[in-house]
Design a protein around this ligand. Structure first.
Ligand code: CS2
Length: 497
């Protein structure tokens, strides 16, 4: 049944929405923005914004609205859609059994595009009501060199920002300018809270910011080092890219016209170190967990879930799979992924208090197999160069150093070379590749037919692992077989049998 005249989502229409759509129970006109968030994509809207909306609903403490910030021209579409909808959007939670929960999230209060109004972003962060600046800027946004883990001063945007401190392009310029205003006014700093999938994401943010600031203002760097807190955190909720079908579903089946809803799985987790520069929402009242050391949790999640996604994403793309659920329902892929998790990742992990790793992995398989979350492999393979470097290479390196198993991870790297070289799947269909290093990846990968090890020339990714002859031999063997037969599935089977 199609619902005629779906109701346009905005503040005035909130009370007229269908009764099975949950709406904020708080007075949005009284909300103030205690949080400025940079990088308002699907994941922020299904995760931190969800927790914060729930906290405001339950506690009635309305000082935790979120002011969104977009640092890229590409954020303009999100900004204009949210503005038209009075910063409301629908969260569509899809359970494996087909149950769907639709809920309007109300905690976003504004959205500023830095390219339109850089000073407005700085002033907002520096304003007294802002207690936290949180980030989802992707692994690549931290601007570290993956081999040295040091700040990359050669990046053109960094060169730009150092020359133009009042209109920066990267997050560090904004944080620096806003923290300087706080310092000069004798005020407390805000907390800088990373929500990206990087191990020790808070420490990494701190290190990068201090490197950047130290280059131009030593006093400010010393003050930041002393005063600003950067809690590490593990974040988790699978959030596929929104598709036109999701909007059609909302309009036709639910009766809500939302131009950019978010779809996600029911599972959600946020484990945070409890160190904040100033006040924070009591997110623990709505399911977040505060711990003194998040290291084992984040390692477990990144090395199993995120790396597991990359394993399925890269191998599955070549084999003409389209989504994570489709790939994991294929026995060859499921067996391969489990072997990778059991033999190559589990031995590398530290004990995680309160978590049974076997059960954690079982749950991951159930989450990946959710048939109502169509997480596309093209989303998973977005920016594979930073993902492989952060999610997979550290596990491989550990196993090389400790005589552990390396076959599964090595085949993924060989497959990634094949994927970057051919840019089509085994059946000749063009792959949708989006990677900042795409040209470089293609240029080295295409030399593979002449030199099996050509791809390993990518120093920023392979510098460490290629020091191990055991890896080089295994990689060469896998590459030669793949280029001779072009049959990734049999190679996976050869490893799992
Ligand atoms: C995914 C993540 O982008 C990726 O590679 O692994 O977006 C993943 O879905 C989230 O981290 C889940 O918490």
């Amino acid at each position: 049944m199609t619902i005629e005249n779906a109701i346009v989502l905005n503040q005035a229409n909130l009370s007229a929405l269908p009764s099975d759509v949950a709406v904020p129970n708080y007075d949005r006109s009284k909300v103030t923005a205690g949080i400025v968030h940079i990088g308002v994509g699907g994941f922020h809207r299904s995760h931190e914004a969800f927790y914060t909306d729930e906290f405001m609903q339950q506690s009635g403490d309305l000082s935790w609205g979120i002011c969104g910030v977009g640092l890229r021209e590409g954020d303009r579409k999100m900004q204009s859609i949210l503005k038209e909808q009075d910063y409301l959007y629908t969260l569509i939670v899809r359970h494996p059994n087909g149950q769907v929960e639709n809920r309007v999230i109300g905690c976003l209060t504004d959205f500023i595009l830095s390219c339109d109004a850089p000073q407005k972003v700085v002033d907002k962060m520096a304003s007294d009501e802002t207690k936290i600046v949180s980030l989802t800027i992707t692994e690549g946004g931290y601007n570290f060199n993956p081999v040295t883990d040091e700040f990359d001063f050669s990046h053109p945007d960094v060169v730009h920002d150092l020359a133009n401190p009042s209109s920066p392009r990267l997050v560090f310029g904004y944080l620096a300018a806003a923290l300087k205003l706080r310092k000069d006014a004798g005020k407390k700093p805000f907390t800088v809270q990373s929500c990206d999938n990087i191990q020790h994401n808070g420490n990494m943010t701190r290190k990068m910011l201090l490197a950047y600031v130290g280059h131009c203002d030593q006093d400010l760097a010393a003050w930041i080092a002393e005063e600003v807190q950067f809690p590490n955190a593990m974040v988790d909720r699978i959030t596929p890219a929104t598709t036109p079908a999701d909007m059609t579903y909302l309009a036709n089946d639910v009766g809500v016209k939302d131009n950019w809803p978010v779809v996600c799985e029911p599972f959600i987790q946020w484990i945070i170190e409890d160190k904040f520069s100033d006040a924070r929402p009591l997110w623990e009242q709505v399911g977040a967990q505060f711990v003194s050391d998040v290291t084992p949790y984040e390692k477990m999640k990144i090395r199993l879930l995120n790396a597991g996604h990359s394993v399925l994403g890269i191998l599955g793309s070549i084999e003409e799979q389209e989504t994570i659920d489709g790939a994991v329902q294929e026995p060859t892929f499921a067996r391969y992924l489990r072997l990778f998790m059991d033999k190559e990742v589990t031995p590398v992990l530290d004990p995680v208090e309160g978590i049974d790793l076997t059960e954690y992995k079982d749950v991951l398989f159930e989450r990946f197999a959710n048939p109502n979350i169509k997480d596309s492999l093209s989303r998973i393979c977005l920016e594979s160069s930073s993902k492989v470097a952060t999610f997979l290479i550290p596990t491989l390196l550990h196993n090389l150093e400790n005589d552990g198993d390396i076959a599964c991870a090595t085949l993924v790297l060989a497959a990634w070379c094949y994927y970057s070289d051919k840019q089509v799947n085994q059946n000749g269909k063009a792959l949708d590749i989006n990677d900042i290093m795409a040209t470089e990846l293609h240029d080295v990968a295409k030399k593979t037919s002449a030199d099996a090890l050509a791809f390993l020339a990518l120093e920023s990714i392979f510098a460490e692992v290629k020091k191990y002859p055991r890896f080089v031999t295994e990689y060469k063997r896998q590459i030669e077989t793949l280029y001779a037969n072009g049959d990734i599935k049999s190679q996976m089977q050869a490893i799992t049998q």
